[in-house]
Write a protein that binds this ligand. Structure first.
Ligand SMILES: NC(=O)c1ccc[n+]([C@@H]2O[C@H](COP(=O)([O-])OP(=O)(O)OC[C@H]3O[C@@H](n4cnc5c(N)ncnc54)[C@H](OP(=O)(O)O)[C@@H]3O)[C@@H](O)[C@H]2O)c1
Length: 233
């Protein structure tokens, strides 16, 4: 039987690596969502959507002919890397839109639409270590990831029949890290630290992180704590 994966942010970084890794298995179908587009295999479908817009179009989660359906809320934006007091209203809305609201809206739609599905249902939220500590100039990012962790904890209480997990991927070598390094050092106190992660080769390849996350699906995710880090495994 087939597994349907709905993954946001499949055009780059971790989402792209998750997609490639998952499509190595014949029974996997991936439905990817992002603003730009990619083509993958014949078992990949793409939806071009801007998830930062509160009224992004409705689409159906297709649970026909499959025994497992998985939603991975992966799309994310580091936001404007500047302190509060220097951001625009729309940047703040965009950051919370893609990092948090879209994930909650998709989770709500997923639960509603797959209510009568008798197979395995799984929701994975891609979080960040920054959910647990403050990083100056990352206010919206830290706050949205902390909220995503709490949403996952609430989901465990409300919908124990659905597997859910919030997972921090570690420091991954993606466009997001590039964007962090390109921030203005005068506006970003941790700039030197992120430069040194890169220069010391401390970034993990997205393929390695993707394989670890996919490996976790071999167990019931609700046997794990609701919020984990890839580094725990
Ligand atoms: N890289 C790290 O070190 C790191 C660390 C901790 C957590 N994370 C988390 O890991 C996840 C993946 O990040 P990444 O590092 O792989 O970043 P990335 O390479 O920048 O990829 C971000 C993905 O999100 C999509 N996206 C961004 N804004 C969107 C929007 N408004 N609507 C729809 N799609 C949107 C992008 O596609 P389009 O541009 O085509 O829309 C892209 O596919 C994120 O949730 C991030 O917070 C990353």
């Amino acid at each position: 039987m087939k597994t349907h994966f709905y993954i946001t942010g499949t055009t780059s970084g971790l989402g792209r690596a998750l997609t490639s890794e998952l499509l190595k298995t014949e029974s996997h179908w991936v439905f990817g969502i992002a603003r730009s587009s990619i083509t993958q295999s014949e078992r990949y479908r793409h939806l071009q959507l801007d998830l930062s817009q509160p009224d992004f179009p409705f689409f159906e989660f297709d649970a026909t002919d499959c025994d497992t359906i998985v939603l991975i809320n992966n799309a994310g934006w580091i936001g404007p890397v500047t302190p509060l007091g220097e951001q625009t209203d729309s940047d703040i809305e965009l950051a919370f839109g893609v990092n948090l609201s879209a994930a909650v809206v998709l989770t709500n739609r997923f639960l509603k639409q797959t209510k009568s599905f008798t197979g395995r249902r799984v929701i994975i939220n891609i979080s960040s270590g920054a959910a647990n500590y403050p990083v100056a100039s990352w206010a919206t990012y830290c706050a949205s990831k902390a909220a995503l962790d709490m949403i996952t904890k609430v989901l465990r209480e409300e919908s124990p029949e659905v597997e859910s997990l919030s997972i921090a991927p570690g420091i991954v070598d993606t466009a997001m890290q590039k964007e962090i390094r390109s921030a203005n050092p005068d506006q970003f106190m941790a700039h030197a630290r992120f430069m040194s992660y890169y220069e010391n080769g401390e970034l993990t390849a997205p393929e390695v992180v993707a394989a670890k996350i996919i490996g976790l699906l071999e167990q019931n995710l609700n046997t794990l704590p609701a919020v984990v880090s890839v580094r725990d495994f």
